[in-house]
Ligand binder design. Sequence first.
Ligand SMILES: CC(C)(COP(=O)(O)OP(=O)(O)OC[C@H]1O[C@@H](n2cnc3c(N)ncnc32)[C@H](O)[C@@H]1OP(=O)(O)O)[C@@H](O)C(=O)NCCC(=O)NCCS
Length: 188
Amino acid sequence: MSQPTLETERLILRPYAPEDAQRLTELIGDWKIFDTTERIPHPYTVEMAQEFIATNLDRSEPGGHSAFGIESRSEGRLIGGTGLTINDINRRASLGYWIGVEYWGHGYTTETAREMLRYGFEDLGLNRIEAQFLKRNPASGRVMAKAGMRPEAEFPEYALKHGVFEDVVQYVLYASEFAVARDSVETR
Ligand SMILES: CC(C)(COP(=O)(O)OP(=O)(O)OC[C@H]1O[C@@H](n2cnc3c(N)ncnc32)[C@H](O)[C@@H]1OP(=O)(O)O)[C@@H](O)C(=O)NCCC(=O)NCCS
């Protein structure tokens, strides 16, 4: 399936392009992004960005990873990234996201998460989308809550970060819950 470009009020969520490598490296290379994420290496090199982009060009495949660059409409350039890791057999996915440090606190990730949930349920036909964050990173939990997800579980010492086992919180949303929330907004 060809990967779509998704549009929100202030953002364009689109497949990565080879030209994104330098900008991606600058944004994602910040230690503050590494500090609360699981799979982003640090230091982050242009070669890593090129490899990541090459393996995520225009992809939205069942059982795979559907990665989008987050572009600001007003700036016309990349400000972050998001993705769904899809388990097609069970029609569920895990949502991830990050936004460049200078763009924190403007609601961009909440806007992104809402659209990714819509995309997952309405366009991909998923039944369940989960997301996890380190307990010491409550901003990410706030994003999930504002996007309509609910807390589901807490896993003690689940992630090994900086040599320390950290507690992880998991949020979830089911297609049925998403539909109820969407329909109540539409009929309000
Ligand atoms: C977590 C992250 C994605 C949030 O992005 P963002 O665009 O700033 O998020 P939003 O502006 O949409 O919402 C952030 C919310 O968290 C709140 N928040 C910020 N710091 C907080 C804190 N220490 N405790 C509680 N809430 C906090 C904000 O006030 C805001 O909520 P509000 O609108 O009710 O005021 C961003 O900080 C980031 O990319 N961090 C590094 C990578 C990362 O952690 N990714 C997620 C991995 S699970």
